[in-house]
Design a protein around this ligand. Structure first.
Ligand code: ATR
Length: 273
């Protein structure tokens, strides 16, 4: 049986096993995908053990996406540019690292409509997820991108030397909100439903703007609730999660999986919300 895993910490609530096993089952493949908790202090020992265990491929989630790099032989262009890997494949005794987060995000966004040079995109947040999305949008679309972050230096660092793109403070972004056709929320603020907070006020939003949050649990963050109130087209992080997993599946098996089955598997785990 072929063995696949996702490693991270925490990992208990990962929905990747349910999503990937659904596809292995559907295709009648003799393969199994599990989650593996790795303690931060044991990463080097545990990753070596895992790579010696006959695993064919694996996913990496927080906080190990950068620490895996020294263990890999080759990286794809997005993994190289972001310095982070979420998918690993063993092939001919070599280890290949990929980053499917940004492309997965873009595939999900383009389920709404194609992105063109007329789009002006605001990304709030400048952490790992933001960087992956920024790089995919920069490399695969012609839209103009603005990054706004609480710690504004990080947004400046991300966009420097990229002439078509820029950084703003969150305050500036709020004031200029009507200029954007798409707003992507990548900060972790919405993860705590109790906080009920959006990183920016959407009072200046134009009706029909696409507002997208990378969080899918809760299904509707404070940001998405507010966006709906102002007449935005909204999307949560589920399409990104499904598509990054589908791209990983394709890297491992060469088979393009049925994304809607993967989505159903995730929704079942989330309790149908
Ligand atoms: P991830 O890998 O999910 O992107 P991360 O790299 O830790 O996580 O990044 C978290 C992002 O959320 C950062 O942009 C962070 O802003 P700072 O760079 O200023 O820390 C942002 N963030 C977290 N809590 C926030 C809050 N309460 N208000 C605004 N931004 C917040």
């Amino acid at each position: 049986m072929e063995k696949y895993v996702v490693i991270g910490n925490p990992i208990r609530h990962s929905l990747s096993p349910a999503m990937q096993n659904r596809i292995f089952q559907e295709l009648g493949m003799n393969a199994k995908y599990d989650s593996v908790l790795i303690e931060e202090a044991d990463f080097e020992t545990e990753i070596t053990r895992l790579m010696d265990s006959g695993v064919v491929g694996f996913n990496i989630t927080t906080p190990f996406k950068e620490r895996i790099l020294p263990f890999l032989d080759e990286l794809d262009s997005l993994a190289t540019a972001s310095g982070a890997v979420n998918t690993v494949l063993r092939k001919n005794k070599k280890w290949y690292g990929f980053n499917t987060d940004g492309k997965g995000y873009l595939e999900g966004l383009e389920e709404i409509r194609l992105i063109t040079e007329n789009d002006s995109i605001l990304i709030t947040g400048a952490g790992g997820a933001s960087k992956a999305i920024y790089l995919a949008l920069k490399n695969y679309t012609t839209a103009k991108i603005t990054v706004a972050n609480r710690t504004s230096e990080k947004a400046v660092e991300m966009t420097k030397n990229h002439s078509n793109h820029q950084a703003m403070t969150l305050d500036e972004a709020e004031k200029n909100l009507a200029d954007f056709t798409i707003i992507i929320q990548t900060t972790s603020i919405g993860l705590e439903a109790s906080k009920n907070k959006s990183p920016i006020s959407l009072a200046n939003l134009t009706k029909g703007t696409i507002c997208s949050d990378i969080i899918y649990n809760p299904a509707e963050t404070a940001f998405l609730k507010e966006a709906k109130k102002y007449g935005a087209i909204t999307q949560n992080g589920l399409p990104m999660f499904v598509n990054q997993g589908a791209l990983a599946f394709e890297i491992w098996t060469g088979v393009k999986p049925n994304r809607s089955l993967m989505k159903d598997a995730v929704l079942e785990q989330l309790g149908g919300n």
